[in-house]
Ligand binder design. Structure first.
Ligand code: TMP
Ligand code: ASP
Length: 235
């Protein structure tokens, strides 16, 4: 069993530890939830375990469908073993239905399906509040290798197909989600970070009930109840 070494980094929702293997890290999912760049925060017992379990499950499904990720295995309630990656400071968002930040930016109404899935890039930078960028910015600023840009877009769309179908079967609409990418130890580019209701919008297909972090962002109901419902339907 891999054991925790030095703490490498602590973020708002996770802690990253080294292990005895320089190519492997442990992600510890914390019981905290934050929104609006950390302006709103709360500790919710059991949230870390739910996100670790949901993320592990989704990474396993993606891996089984040939998507490269940093996932190795779930090693405890709150911990996941992953390949150490050189993370690109880019967030890749795929949107199927209008919601969230795009509403104000483009003057849209919530809940409209896009003619085709929309891929957006954001520069991961808290001080700048993660501004929207385009592929050319990534290349010109060297935020990721040039060959990684089309690959991130194709992978994000593939993930959208796989997860969209998976959730649809469970009566959940995959509205949008965010992925991060990095260079894995074997040199390939893969999905890193987490894939959980913290980083996705999931609506009940029948009732429209929001089952994701928007419950916390906008005080729509008990967060954990939503996450438990997502896990229940996936298992
Ligand atoms: P947005 O509508 O706020 O731009 O969010 C798009 C998707 O990205 C949504 O599913 C939530 C997710 N997301 C994150 O994972 N981290 C973030 O910091 C933000 C702002 C959004
Ligand atoms: N994850 C970000 C934060 O913790 C923003 C968000 O998801 O709304 O502040």
């Amino acid at each position: 069993m891999p054991r925790r070494g030095n703490k490498l980094y602590e973020g708002k929702a996770k802690i990253v530890y080294e292990t005895e293997d320089p190519h492997k890290l442990i992600l510890h999912f914390k019981d905290t939830v934050s929104a609006f760049d950390g302006l709103k925060k709360e500790r919710l017992r059991g949230k870390g375990s739910l996100n670790n379990t949901i993320s592990s499950l989704l990474f396993e499904i993606l891996e089984s469908r040939g998507v490269k990720t940093h996932y190795i295995q779930k090693i405890s309630d709150n911990e996941m073993l992953v390949w150490r990656a050189e993370r690109f400071p880019v967030e890749v968002v795929v949107r199927n239905v209008s919601a969230g930040s795009i509403l104000k930016r483009l003057g849209l109404k919530e809940g409209e399906r896009f003619k085709k899935p929309l891929v957006e890039f954001f520069y991961k930078n808290d001080e700048l509040h993660d501004p929207l960028i385009c592929a050319e910015h990534i290349e010109a600023l060297g935020l990721a290798p040039v060959h990684a840009v089309p690959l991130m877009k194709e992978t994000a769309l593939r993930v959208n197909e796989i997860l969209g179908e998976l959730f649809a079967k469970q009566g959940i609409l995959l509205v949008d989600f965010k992925l991060e990418f990095g260079r894995l130890p074997d040199g390939s580019v893969g999905v890193v970070d987490e894939i959980s209701p913290d980083s996705m919008r999931l609506w009940d297909s029948r009732t429209g009930e929001k089952l994701d972090k928007d419950r916390f962002r906008y005080d729509l109901g008990d967060l954990l109840e939503g996450y438990r419902e997502v896990l229940k339907r996936l298992s």
